[in-house]
Design a protein around this ligand. Structure first.
Ligand SMILES: [Zn+2]
Length: 261
């Protein structure tokens, strides 16, 4: 048994492109030292299938939520559906992924209408949030500021981080963790490299966001949880520390934030 323990803190193996070979995918993540996975949810219809995956793979925990590019799936009763799913299964460790995406869409008001009740639900259930934020740091920070002023600031993670060091500092100041994906291995992602160098050691996570964003040298292929190792290796290189150090810190951070076993 290797002594390396990695957490893939954000994956989507429920997607159809894992139907054929999921057992092999799982044996590869186990071989790579991935001992814990957090499965993100983009809309409520996914929940039964994600739950079945948690039955099948004991190292898997999951979140429930609605992605900002899936606002059409937000119905009158969605907050209740998410609440019930979270209360019904102790393997639900977060609410999300939720957030704002002004890179691929421009319906900010509609996205806020779906984000806010999920932030409320996370506060109510005392669960961390998984935030997807693309080209929307300003409105997201404003939302957090408003909640801090009202005495109910959420905690959680900025997933698949792609912002500037300055934006990162602001999210850190709200108590958020910063999660790095395969994009940190991309040669041109200079801001992400800087962030990976500067993030405090006790405040970063690693993830694949698979099947998307496979790290170099698998870039362009289907991503899978085993490749989170490449994310950790690149961060170690950027920070000038050992891979073992990045693995142990990111794992401890993920376990603390999501109360993982
Ligand atoms: Zn995701």
């Amino acid at each position: 048994m290797s002594s390396i323990n990695l957490v893939d803190s954000h994956c989507h193996i429920v997607f159809r492109n894992f139907d054929e070979d999921l057992d092999e995918v799982a044996s590869r993540w186990r071989q790579a030292g991935v001992t814990s996975l957090l499965h993100a949810c983009v809309e409520p219809a996914e929940i039964p299938a994600i739950r079945s995956l948690a039955d099948r793979f004991s190292e898997l925990r999951y979140s429930v939520g609605v992605h900002p590019l899936d606002t059409k799936h937000w119905q009158e009763d969605t907050a209740d559906v998410l609440r019930e799913a979270a209360l019904d299964d102790s393997r639900v460790v977060a609410i999300g992924e939720m957030g704002l995406d002004l890179f691929r869409d421009s319906n900010l008001e509609e996205q806020l209408d779906v984000l806010r009740p999920q932030l409320d639900l996370a506060s109510e259930l005392n669960l961390p949030v998984i935030i997807h934020c693309r080209d929307a740091a300003e409105p997201m920070l404003k939302e957090l500021q408003d909640r801090q002023r009202n005495g109910n600031p959420p905690t959680g993670v900025m997933h698949c981080w792609g912002g500037t060091p300055d934006e990162m500092t602001k999210f850190l100041s709200f108590g958020f963790y910063i999660s790095f994906s395969g994009t940190v291995t991309f040669p041109k992602a200079l801001d992400t490299h800087l962030c990976a160098k500067e993030v405090p050691e006790d405040r970063f996570l690693i993830e694949t966001d698979c099947p998307f964003l496979a790290p170099v040298p698998k870039r362009g292929k289907r991503n899978e949880p085993a490749y989170v190792k490449a994310v950790a290796e690149r961060i170690a290189e950027l920070r000038g520390v050992s891979f073992e150090r990045v693995a142990s810190m990111s794992t401890a951070n993920a376990k603390r934030l999501f109360a993982l076993p």
